[in-house]
Design a protein around this ligand. Sequence first.
Ligand SMILES: [Mn+2]
Length: 160
Amino acid sequence: MKILVISDTHGRDTLLGRVLSEIGGEPDMLVHCGDIEGHEAFYRKAVRCPVRMVPGNNDYFSNMPREIQFEAGPHRVLLTHGHSYRVSLGLDYLVDEALARGVDVVMFGHTHRPLIEDFGGLMLINPGSLTYPRQENRRPSFIVMDTDENGKTEYNIHYL
Ligand SMILES: [Mn+2]
C-alpha cells in the first residue's frame, strides 16, 4: 500500500502532476496535511484513490474536521495540520496527543520542513511543502509511505 503525503500547497497545485509521475502514477491513498487554501476539490478530482485532508491555519473557510484518525494497512494514523500543537516550537504536545490516542503514525505539516522521526516506535511524518519549502535546499518535498504485505513500512522523503 503506497500512501502519498503532501502538505502546505497554499492554493498552488501545479506540482501534483510531477509528484504523481515521480512515484509512478496513482498512490493507494493521498493525504494532505493542510493549508490547501480552497483547493480541496482539485485534490479529490486529481486522483481516484481515497483522499484524506485536514484544514490548516490558513484554511479559514473550511468546514472539514480539524483532525482525523484513519487506518492505513496495519497502522493507526492521526492527521492534523499541527499548528494547534505548536509544532514550530517542538513536537512535545503532538507526541503527547499521539500517545494518548494510541496511534503509531502522526502526519502533520505547518513547518514547511520535511521530517521523518521515529519516536520510540511512534512515527512523526511531515512532508514539508510543495509550494513554499523552508528547509535548507528549498526544494518542494513530499513523503511516500509504503507498507508491504508483511506489514513492513518504509517512509521516504522525496524532493522535486
Ligand atoms: Mn502553511
